[in-house]
Each structure stands twice: as C-alpha cells, then as structure tokens.
Design a protein around this ligand. Structure first.
Ligand SMILES: [Zn+2]
Length: 628
C-alpha cells in the first residue's frame, strides 16, 4: 500500500474508539473515566491493563505493553501497520483502495495476507456453488438428514467439495489464482514428487472458519458416509495452520455467535461443527468449538472478553470427560480459578464469595452432563431445545462436577493406590482453587476416601510447584518494562508533558531549552512542529520516531488525571522548570568563577564579568519570586 496521507490515518484512528477495538478482545470494566481489564499480553489475575478512551491509549502496568488502536492490533493480532490501518478503515467504511497502486516508485509488495484471504473467499464461493449444483446432491441430502436447515447453511456458508482431485484448482485457475496460492492458504497440497498440486478437500461437507472480523481464514471438511475412501482419508480434515489461521487462537462459531455471547454473557463450548450448528439451530447461538485441538489459553482469552460463564458441553464419553477436565484446568489456571479471590469460581454455592469482586475477567466454569451415549447434536434433534435448556440450567460448576465424577469412578473396596490415582486427576482443577475451597474439598476427600489430609495437601503443593516452574519462562518473556526507565526521568518534566498531552496546543508556551530529557524533547518538538491543536496522545504515538518517547507518551497519557485547570498547572510547571534552569546556570557560573579564580587570580577581569552575570540571575530570581 502506498503511503496513506497523515490526515486520513488520523481520521481512521480517531474514528475507532479504543475501548471498542480493545473491547473485542478484552472484557473491559469502567473504572473512573478509564477502563480496566485483564491484560491480553501476559497472564495475570488482577487487572493492570488500562484503557484511556479520551486519550485513545492503552497501557499495561504489568508487562509494559501499550499504545494506540493501531499498536493494539499490531501487538495483539500480529498485524503490520497497513493491515491494522485497513482493518479499522473497513469498519468505518473508509475506502483506501485509491492509495493501493499509487506507489512511490517502489514496486508494490504483494500482500500475502490479502492473497490468502482472497483464495479462501474464492474457495468458499466455489464450495457453496458446488453444494447447490447437481454433484452437490449427496451433500445436500446428508445435511438434510442431520437436520441442518437452509438458514444455517446460509449463515455458516456451508459448502461441498466435489469428489475430484482438481476441482478447486481448476476453478481457481480460471479466476487467476494459482495452485501455489491455494497451497499457501492450505487449500491445495503440493505433490511430493513435484508434479503439481491436488485439492486438499475432496468429497466433503465444507465449513468455512472465520476469524474475529468474519474473514474466512480456514476450512473444516467432514466426509460423507458414502465417501470414496481415496478422498475420505479421515472423517474430519481441517486447513493446516497458516499465517492467517491458527487453530490455537480460532474458535468455530465465534464470529457467528459473538453477539449472542455478549448478550447472554455466556458461551457454550462444544466439540465440533455439527454441535455448534445444531445448538445454533435450536436457539443457543452462543456456541463455539475449538478446531481439533484442546481449548487453549488464547481461546479462553477471546471468550472471557465477552462471557462471564463458560459452559462445557462435551460428549458423555471418556474423551469428552478428559476434554472438559483439561479445559477446566487450563481455564482455571489462567483465570486464576482461585489464586486470587476476585476471580473465578467453581460452583454456584461458592460463587457469591469469590466471583466478581471487581468484575473484570471473572468467569464461571460449568459442565453440562449429557445423558450417557448421547452427544449434544443427537440430543437436540431427538429431544428438542427445552430438554437441553433444562440440562443447561442444572449445569454444575466444573470443580464439583470433576470431584463427583472422580468419586463415582472409585469402586467399593478400591485400593489406596487406585484412590490416589483418582485424586490425582482432580488436582489440576483443585490446584487452581482458592485455599479455602481447596481445604473444603480436601477434607471431603479425606473423609470419603480415607486418604490422610497431609498426604493430600502435599500432593497439591507438589502440583502447584510444578505449575509454577512451567509458567515461569512465560514471565521472563514479557516485554521490556518501560516503567523503570520512565521512573528515572525528571518529575517536573513528566508533569509538564502529561498536561501538554491533554492540551497539545499549549506546547508553544513552553520555551525551548527548558527540558533536559531527550524523550520529552522529542515529544515537545513534535508538538511544536505542526498543528498542535489537532494532535492527540494517540496521534502523537503514531508520529514519534523513538520507541522510548512513544512508551513515555503512552504511559503518561493512560494515567487518569483530572486537573482543575490544565493551563494554570502547566504555567506552574514552566515556572518550576525556569527556576530549575536558573539554578543550574547559577551553579555553572559559580564553578566557572571558582575555576577562573584559581587560574587567573582574584583580580581577573573575567571574574568581574562572571560575577556581573550571576547578579543578574539573582535579580531575575528575586523579581519572579516576588508576589504578582
Ligand atoms: Zn500486560
């Protein structure tokens, strides 16, 4: 993309409220005029992530991450600046296409992301048309048998991949998309012998997978019961991870269900495409599913931005149980199921004590117990929505549920070793609980299983120590802490700059040479160089060259301060700065006088000149110090 004019960049940035952009990824809670939430860039249990909507700035006081809306998307979504710019432009219906080809002499770099998105869009259209065509008949029949309605087919853009090796490759070729482009997007596979490519998805129902923005980033394909075995190598095939598609970050149904998740403050986490669609068909539009992976911390971060309750709806078999336990321990650990009492809670009984002490990030984890042998899709189709709603309302907290399942699994007369093994399965979840909750359950286990309490607590301690070891490298990964650097800067200059960020047009009132800190001077000269009145902290952050100066602006801007009179306080700072400068000049003069006296003796004419200047400074100080 050619350079987009600064005023257009300003317009795009200022038209995208930072609390909305960040709010898509982080659940923010109002705290004064700022918003607070759990930082999406590092693991924490109490919110140190701040968003200042007036300044258009976010900043985490835990890991130091900070910036404006563009920098948020760049940091969080791994976008380049042009990508962040065009995403926010798109939201506001601003057309950037006219800047696309007017490159300044340099050849336009192909945008890999854009190419992959285009390939995925093309594929989705192709699969959709194939489902509607006559070879798609088998696919339509299968969907009908599974109770998928036309409405759901449209909403989820469900399609069909024909049972051929090159159907998509040929169709794409006609539209100028090469097999290599398809392979890049995970839609085609290069033959190992180098003799070309073949379609990855063949003879399958196709489910496009969207990212937060609704862009198609990958596909899931389900074979048909009568699929040719050459094509139906596995029941489910997903797109591989690409630069665009990360399974560990993407949830099926998230884009389609986000509004409902926000509304109901709840997400149903289930296992597959058909579960999500079936729940959606039956009015539970807040359903999502991970894509052939266990639920990750990233998934939970996306969900907790909108939901206060995660309900696991997994198959009532061993794999489903294991999945819910694993999800529970991942979620528990990262949400601090208990470590911090202001966070998450296992059961309704415990909820009132531990949940929502200050709101941000609190999430309840629950499990729906499906009747044995019935997955959620089958249950909905056979018993209807009301039956499921009843199960949902009786969903138990994950801790209670796990404990009960484990206890129920212990046969009468089980050996001590078998009992210990059962307890071991509870530990990952139990270990994330608040001490007082843990104690209750440990007492219960001692009582019912006859395992001595000290043995149990030792097991928990060992697990916690292991967890701490595992998670410590993460802590070291965190970005440079800029707070330390900024702490060393002169206080009065910080005060002045903070006030100037509120009213950049006052920068002209600050005489040159008053500030000593290079980062402060960089910001100040930027403010003085242009149309200061139109600058904001967020636009300054875009224009600064040095990372240190940007970090300084971000940190000063995010802090919530409401001075009664910005101008008066600024003038006060400027007076203090002037005073500081005079004192410094006096000191320098005194040194020079001393020096000259030593070298040239008391009667040197040079000394008289220096003394004269010192007196002038003294008079000036007395004048300004006298009451106005
Ligand atoms: Zn952070």
């Amino acid at each position: 993309m050619a350079r987009v004019p600064e005023e257009v960049v300003d317009q795009i940035r200022d038209g995208a409220p930072i609390e909305d952009v960040v709010g898509e990824f982080v659940r923010l809670k109002k705290a004064g005029t700022n918003y607070k939430g759990l930082c999406p860039f590092h693991d924490e249990k109490t919110p140190s992530f701040n968003v200042n909507p007036r300044m258009g700035i976010y900043k985490c006081f835990g890991c130091g991450a900070g910036g404006n809306v563009f920098q948020f998307l760049m940091q969080h979504e791994g976008m380049t600046f042009p990508e962040a710019l065009s995403r926010l432009a798109k939201r506001q219906g601003i057309d950037l296409s006219r800047y696309e080809d007017a490159s300044e002499g340099s050849p336009r770099k192909p945008d890999a992301r854009g190419k992959m998105l285009a390939a995925n869009r093309l594929a989705a259209d192709f699969y959709k048309a194939a489902l509607e065509s006559s070879p798609g008949e088998r696919g339509r029949k299968y969907l009908e048998e599974r109770g998928v309605t036309a409405e759901a087919i449209t909403r989820f853009r469900i399609g069909f991949a024909p049972p051929r090796w090159d159907a998509l490759i040929k169709a794409a070729g006609k539209r100028g998309v090469s097999p290599d482009d398809l392979a890049e997007a995970g839609l085609a596979v290069r033959r190992e012998d180098g003799s070309g490519h073949y379609d990855r998805f063949r003879d399958r129902i196709m489910f496009p997978i969207r990212n937060h923005e609704g862009e198609i980033v990958g596909f899931g394909g389900r074979s048909l019961p009568d699929s040719d075995s050459r094509h139906a190598t596995a029941k489910y095939v997903n797109s591989p991870d690409t630069a665009l598609f990360k399974k560990g970050r993407t949830l099926y149904g998230f884009h389609e269900g986000r509004e409902s998740i926000r509304e109901k403050k709840r997400a149903l986490v289930t296992e597959g495409y058909f579960d999500v669609i079936s729940l959606w068909e039956h009015g539970f539009r807040e359903a999502v599913a991970p894509l052939g992976t266990a639920l990750t911390a990233e998934h939970i971060r996306s969900l907790r931005a909108h939901a206060e309750e995660l309900v696991f709806v997994f198959d009532p078999d061993a794999a489903g149980l294991a999945a819910s336990e694993r999800a529970g321990s991942v979620a528990g650990r990262m949400l601090g199921l208990a470590g911090a009492p202001d966070l998450l809670v296992a059961s309704d009984v415990l909820r009132k004590d531990f949940i929502d002490r200050d709101g941000a990030g609190a999430v309840r984890l629950k499990v729906v117990n499906l009747p044995e042998g019935r997955d959620v899709d089958a249950l909905l189709v056979e018993n209807g929505a009301e039956d499921f709603a009843r199960l949902l309302s009786s969903a138990e907290g994950i801790l209670e549920n796990t404990v009960q399942t484990a206890m129920a699994g212990i046969a009468p007369g089980a050996s001590q070793a078998e009992k210990i093994e059962a307890v071991q399965r509870l530990l990952p979840i139990l270990g994330t609980c608040h001490r007082s909750v843990q104690d209750q359950y440990l007492a219960l286990l001692e009582d019912q299983l006859g395992i001595p309490y000290p043995t149990l607590t030792a097991m928990v301690r060992r697990l916690l120590a292991e967890n701490a070891r595992e998670s410590s490298p993460r802590r070291e990964e965190k970005k440079v802490d800029l707070l330390g650097e900024n702490l060393g800067r002169p206080k009065v200059e910080m005060d002045a700059l903070q006030l100037l960020l509120m009213r950049p047009e006052l920068a002209s009132e600050a005489p040159d040479g008053l500030m000593t800190d290079p980062a402060v001077n960089e910001v100040l000269s930027l403010m003085k160089s242009g149309d200061a009145a139109s600058l904001t902290a967020a636009s300054i952050a875009d224009r600064l060259e040095s990372p240190a100066a940007r970090a300084l602006v971000v940190e000063l801007a995010v802090v919530e301060v409401e001075p009664e009179d910005v101008e008066a306080e600024l003038f006060d700072c400027i007076e203090r700065l002037k005073e500081r400068r005079r004192r410094k000049m006096e000191e320098d003069l005194m040194k020079r006088i001393e020096q000259t006296r030593k070298e040239e003796g008391d009667d040197s004419p040079e000394i008289w000149k220096l003394l004269e200047r010192k007196n002038a400074l003294l008079r000036e100080r007395q004048r300004t110090a006298s009451p106005r």
